[in-house]
Design a protein around this ligand. Structure first.
Ligand SMILES: Nc1nc2c(ncn2[C@@H]2O[C@H](COP(=O)(O)OP(=O)(O)OP(=O)(O)O)[C@@H](O)[C@H]2O)c(=O)[nH]1
Ligand SMILES: [Mg+2]
Length: 320
């Protein structure tokens, strides 16, 4: 069935068998392979894809230091108490610079590290040529087929990624805190449209009520969203948060879910196609330069950049 050499196919197939049995070593191995983004990654996806689609995925995003990891740690406990198996993927934009954030997340979530119904993993947002979105979508699939029925994705709201997350997950939680003027930050970072649930964390700190009221009036009112207050360090408000997530999930499932999933598939295909095309175009521009000195022609003003680009695109389309 697989056209790859036997020596590669066999271990992958046994990794996939082990994933389907929920074995942790296999999950870890598979996600590492996905991060490397080679042929093996595609083969794994090919083998698990038909089994996927059972888990519900919850995105937790928001500015750095808002308390996302602490909150996710408490959410794990609350979901475990309700009998769910919980997978956590922490997408970590800073890990290419230092391992500090990963370590911090592990510490905050470590009380669950030995629990069989919990799997926690940090993913670097660098690397994969399809961008973090593809590796993340596939890592979610791995946890999904391994039997985790609630998967939480933590990402720092540091730009594009947080907005993208909302097109990958089922429910998006935006976490803000009163320490850093977060209502303005949220508005600036484009977080006002992506959230289903807005959490004002650190409700034990002065300014939480003001932020909560601002978020309610600026972001939530008039939209189909929920605002909540939590104290992640103590777990206060976390049960209400889980209730809100589950309420939002069942509402979405009964109304417009098919359309949402359809859009999600479309956006995944776009990501994959653009990444494939980008490789083709990169190779092509190299070849055009070698064969026709195309870059030099633009440099020498023999051709304008649009003309040059158009010529290359035309050749790519005609597959010359
Ligand atoms: N007072 C108070 N501090 C909190 C609360 N929740 C989290 N913190 C503290 O806020 C700091 C940041 O918490 P994290 O959970 O690491 O925040 P984060 O949003 O995951 O941070 P990044 O992943 O770095 O963006 C830690 O020192 C926490 O102990 C809370 O409810 N109240
Ligand atoms: Mg964190």
């Amino acid at each position: 069935m697989f056209l790859t050499p036997y020596s590669i196919t066999l271990p992958l197939a046994s990794i996939v068998d082990a994933i389907l049995k929920g074995e942790r070593w296999a999950i870890a191995k598979a996600i590492s392979i996905l991060e490397d983004d080679g042929v093996q990654a595609r083969e794994i996806v090919g083998m698990i894809f038909k089994h996927s689609g059972n888990a519900r995925v919850i995105g937790v995003t928001g500015p750095a230091g808002a308390g996302k990891s602490t909150l996710v740690g408490k959410m794990i406990g609350a979901y475990r108490a309700r009998g769910f198996k919980v997978g956590v993927l922490a997408v970590d934009p800073s890990s290419s610079i230092s391992g500090g954030a990963i370590l911090g997340d592990r510490v905050r979530m470590q009380e669950h590290a030995l629990d069989d119904g919990t799997y926690i993993r940090s993913m670097a947002s660098r690397g994969a040529s399809g961008g973090v979105s593809s590796a993340l979508r596939d890592a979610i699939r791995v946890l999904d087929v391994a039997g985790f029925n609630r998967i939480i994705v933590e990402s720092v709201g540091a730009g594009q990624l947080d907005v993208k997350i909302s097109s990958i997950v089922d429910v998006t939680i935006v976490v803000l805190n009163p320490q850093t003027g977060d209502s303005i930050q949220a508005i600036k970072a484009g977080l006002t449209e992506v959230g289903d649930i807005y959490v004002v964390n650190k409700a034990d700190i002065q300014g939480a009520n003001t932020l909560y009221n601002d978020i309610k009036s600026l972001v939530v009112d008039g939209r189909d969203a929920i605002a909540l207050k939590t104290v992640a360090v103590t777990g206060k408000g976390v049960d209400e948060l889980i209730d809100a997530v589950e309420h939002t999930l069942s509402k979405k499932l009964s109304n417009g879910y098919k359309e949402m999933v359809r859009k999600r598939v479309e956006s995944e295909l776009m990501d994959i196609m653009l990444s494939m095309l980008s490789k083709v175009v990169q190779e092509r521009i190299k070849r055009e330069d070698e064969e026709h000195r195309i870059i030099e022609k633009v440099l020498n003003k023999e051709m304008d950049p649009y003309n040059a680009a158009e010529r290359i695109v035309a050749k790519v389309i005609r597959d010359e």
